[in-house]
Write a protein that binds this ligand. Structure first.
Ligand code: ADP
Ligand code: TRP
Length: 334
């Protein structure tokens, strides 16, 4: 099962529109990796994972479709990558069960994201929330994945995948690889409203720049980024809490237009923050203009998107079935 060749696996939950943090930390890496390693990438929409928090069943299918349109509009090419919906491969839950039997509960209880979510959803601390990283390990190892593009906050889960692979291999013999997380150079984009915290949909829409936001919305949100009174921006100052919002504006410019644009934005001193916010808004809105148009086009034909997902699902499932046959054998169930 273990292979030296890179096999990329990643997923994202259909819990609402993607923000620029999701893109910067994970999705843009999906596209880079598929171009560098065509036919070695599997990407999926983690609908099983998304059931661990409260949701409206009537909305799930449109969230899945919207997310598929997002990744396709960002450049995911079904000829190079396998794109599918997690629940089209129910073997993931079967492998999750087997992994449950080799996973110490203590390992799960110390997960930062579990503790966070348990605190935020105190009325719904379900088993799925605790088991979430075990299912994630199954998602990755079902395909022999050894490279997992994710943002900073998912690194702990990828490390747990390694622990689970090791534990399985120790019990049943060398079988699974120990995958590594692949980070971009911006693994943690900060929140617009509280720039010392990570941008996250769980902190509310105002704190996130959505990839789908129209230019007016981007500008409006950018105006809310907190700045400081002096306008005197130095590299040292940018490391301080008071300048966290200013740093975010500059990071967004660099992310969308490159290092030279960031430098140009600092040409005048003191920096006029109103202008800097306009520059940042232009950079972001400009970077995603083509994406927005493409996504609207794609959504005109949802059946085509569903076909891409169905064919990706069939391919992924064939691979998963092979792995499960071997897993059942080494575990003594066949
Ligand atoms: P959210 O925190 O908004 O709910 P998710 O947990 O659904 O986002 O994350 C989806 C992917 O995007 C994961 O790989 C995650 O690590 C990455 N990601 C999420 N927020 C950020 C961020 N602010 N900066 C960089 N990457 C992020
Ligand atoms: N937990 C990931 C997130 O919230 C989504 C995910 C599920 C995932 N399974 C995965 C990511 C396997 C990478 C690999 O973003």
């Amino acid at each position: 099962m273990a292979s030296k060749e890179l096999l990329v696996v990643s997923g994202v939950q259909p819990t609402g529109p993607m923000h620029i943090g999701n893109w910067a930390g994970s999705l843009r890496n999906w596209i880079d990796l598929q171009d560098k390693h065509p036919e070695r990438c599997l990407f999926f929409i983690a609908d099983y994972h998304s059931m661990t928090i409260e949701y409206d069943p009537k909305e799930k299918q449109s969230q899945i479709l919207d997310l598929a349109a997002t990744v396709l509009a960002l450049g995911l090419d079904p000829k190079k990558s396998t794109l599918f919906v997690q629940s089209d491969v129910p073997e993931a839950t079967e492998l999750c069960w087997i992994f449950n039997t080799v996973t110490p509960i203590a390992e799960m209880e110390r997960m930062t994201q579990y503790k966070d979510k348990a605190a935020r959803h105190a009325k719904n601390i379900n088993m799925g929330l605790l088991d979430y990283p075990v299912l994630q390990a199954a998602d990755i190892l079902l395909y022999g994945g050894n490279a997992v593009p994710v943002g900073q906050d998912q690194v702990q889960h990828v490390e747990t995948t390694r622990v689970i692979a090791r534990s399985f291999n120790k019990r049943f013999g060398a079988f699974f690889p120990e995958p590594k997380a692949l980070l971009t150079d911006t693994p943690k984009v900060m929140s617009l409203t509280e720039p010392t915290k990570k941008m996250s949909k769980s902190h509310g829409e105002k704190s996130c720049l959505l990839l789908d936001d129209e230019p007016e919305t981007v500008l409006k949100k950018m105006k809310a980024v907190p700045t400081e009174p002096t306008g005197v921006v130095t590299e040292d100052a940018l490391e301080t809490e008071a300048f966290a919002g200013v740093k975010l504006l500059l990071d967004l410019i660099e992310l969308c237009e490159g290092k030279a644009a960031r430098k140009a934005a600092l040409a005048e001193s003191p920096v006029k923050y109103g202008d800097l916010k306009k520059r940042a808004a232009e950079a972001v809105a400009g970077r995603f203009a083509d994406y927005r148009a493409k996504k609207k086009e794609l959504l005109k034909n949802p059946d085509r998107i569903r076909m891409v997902l169905a064919s990706g699902g069939a391919k992924a499932r064939a691979h998963a079935k092979q792995t499960m046959q071997a897993v059942l054998k080494v575990t003594g169930l066949r």
